[in-house]
Design a protein around this ligand. Structure first.
Ligand SMILES: Nc1ncnc2c1ncn2[C@@H]1O[C@H](COP(=O)(O)OP(=O)(O)OP(=O)(O)O)[C@@H](O)[C@H]1O
Length: 474
């Protein structure tokens, strides 16, 4: 069975007390477990398991005919993947240890508090899904099997790092747990969130909310809604976006900007799926999957005390770190052509051809705005192009102001870049000029137009310097 369905399997309650079965079943249903099965005869359990899949079993220890302990041993031998939670009226450490040794996943003392029952069942379901995902992930990583390309069709890439992310997404797609997507601005975090939602096969849509700039009241109202009359102007009740997300995916962008008060509410939502519309006395339940994204260094924010540690660890149950564009330069040609075609299409023009020299220019640019910046440049260039060949003016303008990058891909200012080449003593002006020209020509793979652009001079000016240099060296 695919891991994505494991979280929806029925919960089986087994106890010879009919009243307990009834009340526990009600508690679990109202906590959001859609299917709860009950059996008051332990002898019927194995037959039921042989005929239908079950997610988690809650088993009483002391029952007539076949004791919970004997049944536990049979279940763990035949169905080791099903977590079994034992319930017992005896507060006896030795019994608890014996049950855990026989394979029980948890141990509850009767009378069981409602919240403890719900928490234990939720833990067991999550544990089972995570174990299945882990095995699936391990399998994929070990076999390096290719990802299913269909769901990622709108992500243009040929980068091995991105393919590894696609495989990870497939492995975690079915998990109900939250996902944290980090990466620089414009690197494609929202696109990845959408691919994750598609891969999850969840019913419903992905609902995206940018939480930057939302104060706590606006955050609560937007997500959780409000009850009628809860504040001045609340003439009608309003369902928030969480309710309209249903079982789909709620994508919270710019999560690093969330206020501390809203962080507490988000944590509660992640812990037990509950939330309070503004002015409501009773919590509501959500089955949406929460995916968040940020360009901030959240770990640093945790150190500074501006982001809750418990929320951070909860959010990063699954974590996708998107590499910036300058660390996947192999994608530049394909992405450029893709955006040129897209721009031409939306502007109703035939797509101009792209001069190969452009790729040399782009190769040396750091792209602080990542793919969004490349997309913008391509659109501007197509709009400016009059003939059959793409105008390079937009690219030149952006790249002329560029910050250089070192071998590790880190952005440097021009002075740092230059002094890094002459650590011991300063070169003469002539030596510096020659060295810069040689470096630019090498980066431009001999193309003088591109090299001149990198040096911020015209092609004619570079040509003059080269002629002078050759004459001097003759
Ligand atoms: N690999 C890709 N292939 C095609 N288009 C892409 C790719 N990555 C990003 N884009 C496009 O680049 C733009 C920016 O992407 P997106 O909005 O997903 O970035 P982001 O990381 O969420 O940005 P921000 O941090 O500002 O929220 C979008 O128009 C998106 O469609």
């Amino acid at each position: 069975m695919p891991c994505k369905d494991l979280g929806n399997l029925p919960i089986l309650l087994v106890d010879d007390e009919a009243q307990l079965l009834h009340s526990a079943s009600l508690v679990l249903r109202s906590a959001g477990f859609a299917q709860v099965l009950t059996l008051d005869d332990s002898r019927a359990v194995l037959t039921l398991l042989a005929n239908r899949p079950v997610g988690v079993i809650v088993l009483d220890l002391t029952m007539p005919h076949l004791s919970g302990k004997a049944l536990l041993e049979q279940i763990t031998a035949e169905y080791p993947e099903i977590p079994v939670i034992m319930m017992t009226a005896t507060n006896d450490l030795q019994t608890a240890v014996l049950c855990m040794r026989s394979g029980a996943s948890d141990y509850l003392l009767k009378p069981v508090e409602q919240s403890c029952l719900v928490a234990a069942v939720r833990r067991a379901v999550e544990g089972r899904v995570l174990r299945a995902e882990f095995l699936s992930l391990k399998d994929r990583l070990l076999t390096n099997s290719p990802h299913e390309p269909g769901g990622f069709a709108d992500i243009v890439t040929q980068s091995p790092a991105m393919f590894a992310i696609f495989r990870y997404i497939e492995a975690i797609a079915a998990s109900p747990q939250p996902v944290l997507i980090t990466g620089e601005t414009g690197a494609g975090k929202e696109l990845i969130a959408r691919a994750l939602h598609r891969a999850s096969g969840r019913p419903g849509d992905l609902v995206a909310v940018n939480v930057a700039g939302l104060d706590d009241t606006l955050f609560s109202d937007t997500l959780f809604g409000h009850a009628k009359g809860s504040f001045t102007g609340a003439e009608r009740a309003r369902d928030g976006l969480l309710a309209s997300t249903g079982e789909g995916t709620l994508f919270l962008d710019e999560i690093g900007d969330l206020s501390i008060a809203s962080q507490v509410k988000l944590l509660r939502l992640l812990q037990d799926g509950s939330f309070y519309p503004i002015g409501a006395d009773r919590p509501r339940q959500s089955r949406a999957r929460i995916v968040v994204a940020t360009h901030c260094d959240v770990r640093r924010q945790v150190e500074l005390g501006t982001f809750r540690k418990d929320l951070y660890f909860r959010l990063r149950t699954h974590h996708i770190q998107l590499p910036p564009l300058r660390e996947r330069r192999e994608d530049l040609p394909q992405l450029t052509l893709h955006f040129v075609e897209k721009a031409a299409d939306s502007l109703g023009k035939p797509a101009p051809s792209v001069p190969p020299a452009l790729f040399q220019w782009l190769h040396n640019y750091a792209f602080p705005g990542n793919i969004r910046e490349l997309e913008g440049m391509a659109f501007d260039a197509v709009a400016r192009s009059q003939g059959a060949v793409l105008s390079l003016q937009s690219f030149k303008e952006a790249i002329a102001d560029q910050a250089p990058i070192n071998a590790d891909g880190d952005v440097m200012d021009g002075m740092t870049a230059l002094s890094g080449n002459f650590p011991e003593c300063l070169p003469t002006l002539k030596e510096a000029e020659e060295s810069l020209i040689a470096e630019a020509l090498q980066r431009a793979q001999g193309n003088q137009g591109v090299a001149a652009g990198l040096l911020g001079i015209s092609r004619q000016a570079l040509n003059k310097r080269l002629i002078r240099r050759d004459a001097e060296n003759f």
